[in-house]
Design a protein around this ligand. Structure first.
Ligand code: XIL
Length: 356
């Protein structure tokens, strides 16, 4: 009798329990798929209730959109300001999220005093070493992965002109990726536990730039230069994207023993006179979100998918395209999930057609 009662209760309870434990959010779906799902964030927006609630509910990873860049954390020579970055870390801790750091070496988003300081290579080398050491030590144990170098290559796969490379550079001008290597070595010394990433734009599929990234990472790995991952930015505006080429690129990179993170994903759409995208475009956008999540899932070494923001209310695409494009993210301006959101979630849960 006792047994029958128990077993009937179990039968009655099981479906309810299953329902209760089925993933309801992006974050739970990503966890079920063994992935981190993240978004770039602006700490000034944490005070907006819908912003914070959506972020905490849906994501297990955050990256400061601007709050850990040179122009924010190192606004004057010799003065560091970690207030905004610390807010991101606090938010993440309160909501059990990881933090990606972005970025230590880039030719953009640097403060005026640095960009127009007319420093010598020896001075720049010292400044960069000090910057990497100070910022990484400040966030040691809080930031689990850093974009050490951002956008170091041009579309032909050559090392791009930059104050750190050859204008005038840190003393390694015309030595190809040597300055990038130096930055990774300083980064490893500063925080040996952080994962070190090379982050790049427009090297997602198979092209000259992604070939050059691949060759550089292969060279670094073979010589013991400390690199743990490649960040593929994934700012997409082409609606007939070949996601198969992206899957191949992810596969070849992870075969080198590094992780891949998709770091700045968004799919910008043309806006109609109303300021809204066409309905068909929202469906095409969702297909691209599906394709990218699938491309990542195909390689076990692809461990994080992050979008550049999460609500269309706050996205860099508007200013970047002078208002022509927008609606690039998984949530609309009212924080309502878009078809792209459903596509990400279903793909993470292995639902729907995975063959395309
Ligand atoms: C952008 C931010 O979204 C803007 O807020 C800022 O004004 C400029 O930078 N690639 C990158 C990001 O690696 O750091 C850039 O972020 C977008 C392109």
């Amino acid at each position: 009798m006792t047994f029958r009662l128990w077993s009937r209760n179990a039968l009655l309870l099981t479906p309810a329990m299953l329902l209760a434990s089925a993933p309801q959010t992006l974050r739970e779906s990503a966890q079920a798929a063994g992935l981190l799902v993240g978004a770039a964030v602006r700490p000034t927006l944490f005070s907006e209730a819908a912003y914070s609630a959506t972020l905490a509910r849906e994501y297990n990873l955050v990256e400061p959109e601007d709050a850990m860049k040179w122009w924010t954390v190192h606004p004057e020579a010799g003065r560091f300001d970690f207030r905004e970055g610390d807010e991101v870390v606090r938010f993440a801790r309160a909501h059990d999220m990881k933090v990606r750091g972005h970025c230590l070496v880039w030719d953009h988003n640097n403060p005026e005093w640095l960009a127009h300081g007319h420093f010598t290579p020896a001075q720049l080398s010292q400044l960069l070493h000090q910057h990497i050491a100070t910022v990484m030590k400040h966030y040691a144990g809080q930031v689990f992965a850093w974009d050490v170098v951002n956008e170091g290559l041009d579309e032909n796969g050559h090392v791009r002109d930059s104050p750190w490379y050859n204008q005038p550079g840190i003393g390694l001008a015309d030595k190809g990726s040597a300055y990038i290597e130096q930055a990774f070595r300083w980064a490893r010394q500063a925080d040996p536990r952080a994962l070190l990433f090379y982050n790049e734009a427009e090297g997602e599929g198979l092209n000259r730039k992604s070939d050059a990234i691949y060759a550089m990472v292969k060279d670094f790995r073979s010589r013991g230069v400390p690199i743990d991952g490649v960040g593929l930015q994934m700012h997409i505006s082409q609606l007939d994207l070949d996601t198969a080429a992206i899957a191949s690129n992810i596969a070849r990179l992870t075969a080198l023993g590094v992780q891949v993170h998709i770091t700045e994903f968004d799919v910008s759409l043309p806006l109609e006179a109303t300021g809204r995208p066409a309905k068909e475009d929202l469906a095409r956008q969702a297909e691209i979100y599906r394709g990218i999540v699938r491309a990542c899932l195909q390689s076990p070494g692809c461990t994080a998918i992050q979008t550049w923001g999460f609500t269309d209310k706050y996205s860099w695409i508007g200013s970047h395209s002078h208002g022509a494009l927008g609606a690039a993210l998984p949530f609309d301006r009212a924080y309502k999930p878009k078809p792209a959101y459903a596509a990400m979630m279903a793909t993470m849960l292995g639902k729907g057609d995975r063959s395309r």
